[in-house]
Ligand binder design. Sequence first.
Ligand code: PEP
Ligand code: MN
Length: 333
Amino acid sequence: MIAVLKPNTTIEQRNHLIDWLKGQNVDVHISEGKDYTVLGLVGNTSRIDVELLQSLSIVSGVKIISEPFKKANRKFHPENTVINVGGVSIGDGSLTLIAGPSSIESQDQIVDIAKKVKAAGASILRGSAFRLSSSPYDFQGLKGEGIEMLAEAKRQTGLPIISEIMSINDIALFEDVDIIQVGARNMQNTELLLELGKTRKPVLIKRGLANTLKELLMSAEHVMAGGNEKVILCERGIRTFETYTKNTLDLSAVPVLHELSHLPVIVDVSRSTGYSRYVEPMAMAAAACGADGIMTEVHNDPINALSDGASSITPEQFEKMSDKVRKIREVIG
Ligand code: PEP
Ligand code: MN
């Protein structure tokens, strides 16, 4: 980190600042220019409050040289993190397909979809029991009962399962869940992230509607700081001025996150555009740009789905999609 001091800074003010910085456990290198003095801060600068430093009357500007995320950073962990769940490896170069309904609606529904997506090439089953709904009148999910139904679908098909958590109070219910999902609206719920960091379960974090990739990586850092290194990043579209799609799928997130971090990157192609007819083309694009996995909402009867029917494809459409994305991956190697 570099702090540039204003030209009229007195030696006393400068020394006072340097003492304060040294008190934060960083070394300070002074470089005197004709008008400006530049302070180079060396060491672990993660505890320095950048805004506070910037706000000081003698500071003209602050530049951050190293990223605030350390454990998630590829610089300190060059090899890819591979996460293994129930015999499935995520992040090893393969393309993991995660499919299932938006919400778990009944035992028959989740088992039926699980069997169909498995036959069509999915290796992980998704389904929400706790829902972050846009309206209080929307379906709220089957809660603990839903998780039991998902676990039963796992027993019957052998597919590992992923489901969203909203409150750490529910963690005990996620015993049989292989990957815990943190939804886009909870991406910066740091209390939840820190608690998940105390577990040793893989955690998939979805990018918030208006969050930068750095903020997503800092959310991962919150989980990893607790010692849980099994984090998966998920791009699911961000809010822009565009209205023909529900969100704008920022596929550049995939190469950028791969460059910055060693963590696997999944693309949710249902949430991103909000419409089932765009799922297949965006899945192909996600496969082409090197995503470690694709998440898709699949429903046996989308028109009567209790949530997100508009973005859900049928098992037949999933089978076609699955076939196409695999071919794309074979071509690009
Ligand atoms: C979901 O995957 O069911 C979901 C609600 O996604 P998001 O948090 O990305 O909106
Ligand atoms: Mn949904």
